[in-house]
Design a protein around this ligand. Structure first.
Ligand SMILES: [Zn+2]
Length: 147
């Protein structure tokens, strides 16, 4: 089986996103614009240290569907790197970083983190959520420097 992490295991702990990963995610998301971009996030515990871009079935501006093979390959890569799958990220090129109805219908991994990067405004806006009690709850995170 694929190694599923528990980034929210400690409720008082923030998630940590490595600065170099955050930078790459933003660059790749902006390159994909005006289409959506998506990636798997991996690391250990509450520390995200790796991302793997996912290929969409077809480029979309408002709805993201993962390609199954691309997802399986990404999970294998996480496994080979001896890391845990900690979450997913996708962009909202034209809307705020708030989960859509399709997002809510398509995601029920309560133990993983669900990141949305909005490119709607002048400044990109990144939020993280956890699926809990039948709804997305916003959680907090910190972008860390290189350690
Ligand atoms: Zn969305």
């Amino acid at each position: 089986m694929f190694p599923l992490g528990h980034p929210f295991a400690n409720k008082n702990t923030k998630l940590f996103l490595a600065g170099k990963v955050a930078k790459r995610l933003l660059t790749e998301a902006q390159e994909a614009f005006p289409y959506e971009y998506s990636a798997l996030l991996a690391g250990r515990g509450a520390d995200i240290t790796m991302h793997i871009p996912l290929r969409p079935i077809e480029p979309a501006t408002h709805f993201y569907q993962w390609d199954g093979d691309s997802l399986v390959r990404a999970l294998r890569e996480i496994s080979r790197a001896d890391l845990e799958w900690l979450g997913v990220l996708h962009t909202h090129p034209h809307s705020p970083p708030v989960p859509s109805q399709a997002d809510a219908a398509g995601w029920h991994y309560a133990q993983l983190s669900y990141w949305i990067l909005s490119l709607q405004g002048i400044q990109p806006e990144l939020r993280v959520y956890q699926w809990a009690e039948g709804a997305f709850q916003e959680r907090s995170y910190l972008i860390t420097g290189d350690r």
